[in-house]
Design a protein around this ligand. Sequence first.
Ligand code: FES
Length: 113
Amino acid sequence: MSRVIDHPILGRMPEKRKVTICVDGRQVQAFEGEPIAAALIAAGIHICRFTTKRNEPRGLYCAIGQCTDCVMTVDGAPNIRTCITPVRNNLKVETQIGVGQWRDATCKKQTSQ
Ligand code: FES
């Protein structure tokens, strides 16, 4: 997990509770209350969705909830802006294809082969 913990201007980040979220079947460590997109970037995940017409990857762009490039399927609900949606424990996050579709929110652990 790569994060700025001690910022030169903002100072040291306050301690937050660590939780686990499930991203495309993979367990990812996050801090409760941080934006989902922040947790994804800290885990090295930069693609949130693929466009409808050209199947092009999209990720964090404006980071203030205005562009919808960061939308993903969260707990089974499509088109959730991950840059402004806070993390909570056991959240299920999925890369969205096109306009997305409603899904089962159960997180299945990825098994290693
Ligand atoms: S990055 Fe623009 S809405 Fe999330």
